[in-house]
Design a binder for this molecule. Sequence first.
Ligand code: ZN
Length: 485
Amino acid sequence: MVPPLLSTSQLAISRLYPLAYLFAPLNAAFRLRNMPWELDEERSYHHSYFGGFPPLQVTLLDAVAALCTLLDWNSVCVSLLDATDQLLVSLPHPAAALLQEAIGKCLAELQPLTVPGHSPRLQQALEDRFTETAYDRCYGAHRDVVFNEGEKALSLVDTAINEAGIPQECEEEQDRGDAGVACGHDSGIDDSEEEYEPKQRAIKPSDLPRLHGLRHALSGLLSAMRSGEDYLTIYDRGISVLIRVEDKALVPVLRGIDWSLRLIVVRKVCALPWTVHTFMHVARNWTSVEPQATFPKSVTWIHPPPSYPPPPPLSLPTTEDLVTALQAVSPEMSRDDCVAVVKEGFECLEACRRWKDSTAGDIHAEAVLIHHIVSNKIAVYPYLATSPIAFSWSCYACARLLSVVNAERQLRLALRGCSDEMILPSSLPPFDEDIEAALLAQLRDDVRALAMGHLQAVKYKRPVRAPISFERFKDSDGSSQNSQD
Ligand SMILES: [Zn+2]
């Protein structure tokens, strides 16, 4: 029996959200327009591609989010209160006491580094103390990841070197030094536009010294960890890996070996040294921040509003209900097409859940922070950071919520980027009527656009849901055309 058509006015967010959940859990978000993305996956680490480093505040917020992730593994969203020395950190759950203690301690130890003019000896002592504190809090939880991912990376590099079949040349010695790690605008790296750099390419004989250098650095890090060296040594070895993996000349080669190799080394193997290094870099350069602001001293921890208990996992309505709702938003689609698209959505959602082994059933840290900022009318630095080392960038739902909030409240807040791996949360926090109405209108447009995309996939057998690569995300320009030809 064909149910009666639903008029647009009868649609509510609760009817539309399941459709968005079905159509956009994996990768469709990058095709939607006006998403509030500040940074994409590569930008903050590979400055030349977009010409210039992000501001110091952005780098700091990324580092705070990274540190939280290293300590807790929960997703967080971090912001800086305007004109104060306070950070806002939101979590989907109450923050563990250990996390709060560790962040407090790290911020306290960074304070003296923000004061210029120390003797080199005192400067080194302060940096060592901070490094040891950060490693003391994070290393235990982080160690296994470094071993697992480090061994995998090492074996990929080894195999690639062997398969390249080029005789080994002597290894080029690269000096270790802070200037080698690209994370800020004081490191003396030329900001001018680089010559054309291929995104990925095969190994050439001239790459071998660099590849051997990376190989050497990786095995040095793993052996230092295995033999239980002290934290400063392990940090030093980690930085040595980071310098090599961030070597721009090596980036396309590493992508040629395995597209994710470089990012996995940066984000997982080097997560802790990257975080520590970045913090110290930001602290040392904080006096150059415009307008002059105090380096953050404390954190306000934000949790979901008490009136908003964690929702149960989203239970999707029946196919019939979904088809009815879809017909209401996409009257141009035939009923058969709606059925086919919903069916396609279910199949892909299942594949996505199997792949990621995750379900929704929660609220995201970004939504919690956005809710807090909007409902308390708080002025913040316009970048909301999520952890750059956890592959936990923002989902479509949180980003769309933010774009609606920006439009309704004349804000310019931005998130890190779009994840092709983040399953949508079960729901979003409740907002004022105007925001809810704008969100409903936006969801309606998005669901229609996403459904049309899926219809193309069904008709032309295009794999819409194949995970997007970073490359494809970067290449997206808001065009709704499916780029998988
Ligand atoms: Zn989200």
